[in-house]
Write a protein that binds this ligand. Structure first.
Ligand SMILES: Nc1ncnc2c1ncn2[C@@H]1O[C@H](COP(=O)(O)OP(=O)(O)OP(=O)(O)O)[C@@H](O)[C@H]1O
Ligand SMILES: [Mg+2]
Length: 433
């Protein structure tokens, strides 16, 4: 499809219009109920409304981005993909929900959209790096960018979840696979098994890079049934992604901190199931980080690892600065959280908190409204403390969007670690989610 002036005007109208509808967050419970019903026309009816609404909310936010970022070629490319997918889905607005031909076409279209958006993370990251190379990013733009990327990637996770679920449930090839899974959801996912898989994958990478890797001590603490494994309703690929990223970080810290020793201390993983939370605690003796950088660790593109080799022989263990912020989004998506607590000179504890009850695990979705536009509106960020606040360096909180003063040392830190690289290995993992 060519983006003619007319199409653009139509889109502009649609963009103004659709954000008036608020996205409908689903709980994990509604995903599984919906999946068990397996009613394709019902799913079609929901998606043809909901996906354009979710897309339009984030597309609207593109307009508010600083020019230095939105004018990047790669950002415009991503924007073009969103506009095209939005347009395609709009065509189903008045189509017959029970016509098998329409349902088939919709399914194929969705698959095409998933493929089109497969390289979004890589392409946006490219845009950020281009911007960092071209401009000396001012604190306000940096803050806006982090705020936008969190919302943009969260939106992407949610849209991919809905689309992939539809494809998994209704595409003929996928249906033949069978098993207990409801689409991409495992209603009785064994958390210990996922941790094992993630550990072994990280171990392989670590050994490729350092020829050594820490062992893992795994402790299960099932408060509801002592002798049983810990199970939960979840999307195993999301869980594996989070655990893998945190274990990779722990392994790298341990091996580097003990680089002069012949043996390295173990990583300790505790999985505990309470009434409300399933908590996975990953502890390492990797020397930790200073308190002042704890929050910066969650900024996109912040890394202390060297730039991974382009087309290197094996995927890198670290170096992209995406592991923590993206993992945290996967946790937050269904109402969970990831946090880090570090003791400088000793080690780090990383925590993944997830909801035990699928009824409580509600999608957390970015909504475009007046508050959002204000976040991008204010021209100047004025410090309202005499010195940068030493006890909390997160300048805008995730949900409330409170604006804080942004220190220049942060920008310096970010600029020192800017680099160009391929995101191929990371993408291979993200695309499968
Ligand atoms: N357990 C840890 N101990 C010490 N430092 C850590 C730990 N976890 C994270 N960090 C620090 O946080 C930085 C950011 O982590 P993050 O996972 O986001 O990116 P990365 O590991 O550098 O690259 P990648 O995106 O490939 O994972 C790391 O470079 C490292 O400096
Ligand atoms: Mg990492």
């Amino acid at each position: 499809m060519k983006l003619t002036v007319k199409t653009f005007q139509k889109l502009a109208f649609a963009l103004d219009f659709k954000p008036n509808f608020v996205p409908v967050p689903l709980s994990l419970k509604s995903f599984t109920d919906f999946g068990q019903d397996k009613c394709e026309s019902r799913s079609f009816k929901f998606l043809r409304e909901e996906i354009p609404v979710r897309l339009s909310h984030i597309m609207r936010e593109f307009h508010d981005l600083p020019d230095s970022f939105s004018s990047r070629k790669s950002v415009q490319l991503v924007r073009g993909w969103y506009e095209r997918s939005y347009e395609e889905l709009q065509r189903y607005e008045h189509q017959d929900t029970s016509d098998p031909k329409v349902l088939k076409q919709f399914l194929e279209n969705i698959q095409a959209i998933l493929n089109r958006h497969a390289k979004v993370v890589e392409t946006m990251a490219q845009g950020v790096m281009e911007m960092q190379e071209t401009f000396n990013i001012d604190p306000k733009s940096s803050t806006e960018l982090q705020y936008f990327l969190d919302r943009f990637y969260m939106n992407r996770i949610s849209v991919r979840m809905l689309l992939t679920q539809h494809v998994e449930l209704f595409s003929r090839d996928r249906r033949r696979k069978g098993g207990d899974h409801i689409g991409i959801i495992d209603p009785s996912c064994d958390v210990g098994q996922i941790v094992d898989i993630a550990y072994n994958n990280a171990k392989q990478l670590c050994e490729q890079q350092y020829l050594i890797s820490p062992n893992m001590d795994l402790i299960l603490c099932n408060n509801s049934n002592e002798n049983q494994s810990i199970q939960m309703v979840c999307v195993p690929t999301h869980l594996e992604y989070m655990v893998f990223e945190l274990i990779k970080n722990a392994m790298r810290a341990v091996v580097e901190f003990h680089s002069k020793e012949t043996e390295v201390p173990n990583i300790k993983v505790i999985i505990s199931k309470g009434k409300e939370d399933i908590t996975i605690k990953i502890s390492d003796l990797g020397g930790g980080v200073p308190y002042s950088v704890t929050d910066i660790l969650f900024q996109y593109h912040y890394t202390t690892a060297p730039r991974p080799q382009e087309n290197g022989p094996s995927p890198a263990l670290a170096g992209y600065g995406y592991g923590l912020p993206l993992s945290r989004l996967y946790a937050r998506y269904f109402g969970g959280e990831i946090s880090l607590s570090s003791v400088e000179g000793y080690g780090t504890d990383a925590f993944i908190y997830l909801k035990v009850n699928p009824e409580d695990a509600n999608e957390c979705l970015p909504v475009y409204n007046k508050t959002t536009s204000k976040m991008y509106d204010t021209n100047q960020v004025v410090p309202d403390w005499s010195s940068p606040r030493p006890w909390n360096q997160s300048y805008r909180t995730f949900c409330t969007g409170t604006r804080f003063y942004h220190t220049s040392s942060w920008t310096q830190r970010l600029n020192t670690c800017k680099h160009k690289q391929t995101f191929t290995d990371r993408l291979q993992r993200e695309n499968s989610i």
